[in-house]
Design a protein. Structure first.
Length: 105
């Protein structure tokens, strides 16, 4: 988004809208930052491997459940497998967009 937009608050979220826009009628989709998604996926995969071991601790299981929930919230999904797939897709898309931006800069 260009810098000519208007900063506004909507339900406690600070966002920039294009000039002349109003919050009414605007569909807002929040996207997690790629670095956050990358960290979530890495930790989820690490804990998934630990959880598969028979010696998995209650702390590992709880952290895995917390990460599963967070991935679902961050990607707008309800199943952890769908969340991981959506997070990977968002990461791929963000890498493509940054590569494209670098080429046009």
């Amino acid at each position: 988004m260009d810098r000519t937009g208007v900063w506004t608050r909507w339900r406690g979220i600070r966002m920039q809208l294009p000039s002349g826009s109003d919050v009414k009628g605007v569909e807002v989709v929040l996207m997690a930052h790629p670095a956050v998604l990358r960290n979530l996926i890495e930790e989820y995969e690490t804990l998934s491997a630990l959880r598969a071991e028979t010696a998995s601790t209650p702390e590992v299981r709880q952290r895995w459940e917390d990460l599963s929930y967070t991935l679902c919230v961050a990607t707008g999904t309800r199943e952890v497998d769908s969340a991981v797939a959506a997070a990977r897709q968002q990461l791929t898309q963000s890498m493509s967009e940054s590569d494209e931006a670098a080429l046009t800069a």
